[in-house]
Design a protein around this ligand. Structure first.
Ligand SMILES: [Zn+2]
Length: 644
């Protein structure tokens, strides 16, 4: 074949081309309109071992260069680029960053044609006499965050194997063997759950593994690297592999390591099992390497700002990240919703059980963060208050059930939304957390506090200690296990909360835990640290929007005060009551309006147009926090206290 096959040609031209080609090509000519179907994956071993070489040394241009050798036999063949990524819950394989794709066999070029329906599939014809299909290509790390996740900087790189590998269609991912080799920048160190066969200078040869395990075992490497043992002396090791922009960021204090070590022990106490041979938290502390939280069976990718250890006292917001991703080794990777246990990376994922996969992980992530001391008891309550308030004011529940938001990773792939409060966005995470608090406190109440969701976690996720195959489940399995812990109509319990359209978040769990959501004029430390981190002023529960320090208006609450005055999230706040906008000026104006009758006057700019907006609001500043319901049992304290 030649490049003409990439052009949709008339049948006459196709025929002419076919006739003009050598005998081999004549018999196998393909055009985009005459392609074989993409072979469906079958549970059969792929003959031979794929060798994947990745060169990750081009730090200045942030380019990964690959050479792959795929055992092959002559004839038509379809090669896939991974599309459906389990932890992303959607068809988000970064195919636009794949470039320069050139196939060869026996040293001669082999042309490819993209499948017109499955656009992550490439059709080739392997020539007679060839036993290998080879390809050279690049993965271009985004250079700016507007292009995607930056995965290579001067000091850190992350290899997500799905982004750098191709694989043959027609086989289960578990039945394709790959032997990866990686060339690192000189002197760099790395962390990964992959097992190293040997390191020759800066080239690392990994042991052959199946494609599923490879894609599930990313690697972080860095100029500055430290590895901390989080379970000293354990037979099954757990490590924290830290890379950073500078060596100073790597300095974890003993008391900081102690709470990370406690996380491991608290997880073991909760689940009573592990489903890995070893576990590595890959942890990047950087302003340049894009942030991430992505679960894997024997590792997780975690990326936050450089001050994680050095600015420890500045706030606890987001410090449940490692606990969340770690929980996924049990919930999401080992116990996997049936629709997520698919044959290969080009088979659509079905997301309907993500309120367990992500919702319950959100719950346990927060609980384990509190139990281990990563987050204080007060911090855990304040985070819960923020979540409860946020989901209690989601206007979009008027038209869209929380269950339906499980499709957002497929529909939207986390692009920013103009009216998130009305559109809804992946609410199965945090509203899911509230549903599981509801379930936990209900089990506690009905069992006279003898049993709890801890027992569900152990019964559901803790089975098969040491086993790390996938163990798929259904909705009925979840209901059956809940019933085995505490008999109740759990199917109706879940379905009403998942499919309901009523106003307000499911806050029964909060009440049963002995707490209620209230609003005061003082933000909690958690709320403040969240605002500091976002460089914004969140007035969701007073004026019904947030505003950045530079005046950019964000997150306008549908039907809130600002919304009814015509504000949208692409306007800029210029002045408040005729004074130049600053967060303090706006806060003072809200306080003053509380005792007066005059509206708050805003000058806003949208495009080239200035406009004054009068907000007739006199409710003062309002921030959510939790308050004890007198005379009730404090079950939140029990839930957040370390297991003995
Ligand atoms: Zn998650």
């Amino acid at each position: 074949m030649n490049a003409s096959f990439a052009v949709r040609s008339t049948s006459a031209l196709t025929l002419a081309l076919a006739l003009a080609l050598p005998a081999f090509a004549q018999s196998t000519a393909m055009t985009p309109t005459h392609l074989p179907p993409v072979p469906a994956p079958l549970d059969q071993p792929y003959p031979g071992t794929i060798v994947l070489n990745v060169d990750a040394t081009d730090l200045s241009q942030q380019i990964f260069r690959m050479h792959i050798s795929i055992p092959a036999k002559p004839g038509p063949m379809t090669v896939l680029y991974p599309q459906w990524l389990p932890g992303n819950h959607g068809p988000s394989g970064p195919i636009t960053q794949l470039a320069g794709l050139k196939f060869t066999a026996n040293g001669k070029p082999v042309e490819w044609v993209r499948d017109p329906v499955q656009v992550y599939a490439f059709h080739v014809v392997v020539p007679e006499g060839a036993t290998l299909l080879e390809a050279d290509y690049q993965y271009l790390s985004p250079l700016e965050t507007t292009q995607g996740r930056i995965t290579m900087t001067d000091n850190i790189l992350g290899v997500q194997w799905n982004a750098v590998t191709l694989y043959p269609a027609g086989y289960f991912g578990s039945r394709i063997e790959v032997q990866p080799n990686l060339r690192l920048p000189a002197g760099w160190q790395f962390g990964t759950a992959l097992e190293t066969a040997q390191r020759d200078g800066d080239v690392v040869h990994f042991k052959p593994t199946d494609l599923n395990t490879l894609v599930d075992s990313p690697l972080f490497a860095g100029r500055y690297f430290k590895r901390f043992d989080l379970d000293p002396g354990a037979k099954v090791p757990v490590h924290l592999d830290v890379v950073a922009d500078s060596p100073e960021s790597l300095d974890a204090k003993p008391e900081q390591l102690a709470v990370h070590r406690a996380l491991v022990q608290q997880a073991y106490k909760l689940y009573g099992s592990h489903h890995y041979d070893h576990y590595d938290f890959l942890f990047a502390l950087s302003d340049e390497f894009s942030g991430i939280g992505l679960e894997h069976h024997q590792s997780s990718e975690n990326g936050v700002k450089p001050g994680y250890f050095t600015d420890w006292a500045k706030g606890e917001a987001g410090r449940d990240l490692l606990a969340h991703e770690y929980t996924h080794s049990w919930d999401g990777k080992f116990r996997r919703p049936g629709g997520q246990a698919v044959a290969n990376f080009n088979t659509p994922l079905q997301n309907e059980l993500l309120y367990v996969y992500e919702g319950q992980t959100q719950y346990w992530g927060n609980v384990l963060a509190a139990r281990s001391g990563l987050v204080s008891m007060q911090g855990a309550r304040d985070a819960l208050a923020a979540a409860a308030a946020h989901y209690d004011t989601v206007a979009g529940r008027q038209w869209r059930a929380m269950q339906d938001t499980v499709y957002d990773p497929i529909l939207n792939a986390r692009r920013p939304l103009g009216w998130a409060n009305w559109q809804r966005s992946e609410d199965y995470y945090v509203e899911g957390q509230l549903v599981w608090l509801d379930a936990d406190t209900l089990i506690r109440e009905k069992s006279g506090d003898k049993r709890s969701l801890n027992d569900f976690a152990r019964a559901f996720f803790g089975v098969g200690d040491g086993d790390h195959r996938r163990m798929p489940y259904t909705f009925e399995d979840v209901v059956a296990t809940l019933n085995s812990i505490q008999p109740y109509d759990w199917a109706t319990f879940l379905r009403t909360r998942l499919d309901g359209h009523g106003p307000g978040a499911p806050l029964d769990g909060l009440a049963r835990a002995g707490w209620k959501l209230v609003y005061t004029d003082t933000p909690t430390d958690y709320y403040k640290s969240f605002d500091d981190r976002n460089k914004s002023l969140d007035l969701s529960y007073s004026l019904g929007f947030a505003v950045n320090q530079d005046g950019h208006i964000r997150n306008v609450v549908w039907d809130g005060v600002g919304f009814r005055a015509g504000l949208a999230a692409n306007a800029t706040l210029v002045a408040v009551n005729n004074r130049a906008y600053k967060p303090e000026v706006l806060k003072d104006a809200i306080k003053e309006a509380r005792t007066g009758t005059a509206p708050i006057q805003l000058l806003v700019k949208k495009g080239e147009v200035f406009r004054t907006v009068a907000l007739d609001y006199h409710g003062g500043l309002r921030y959510p926090r939790l308050e004890r319901i007198p005379g009730t049992k404090d079950r939140l304290d029990e839930i957040y206290s370390a297991l003995k």
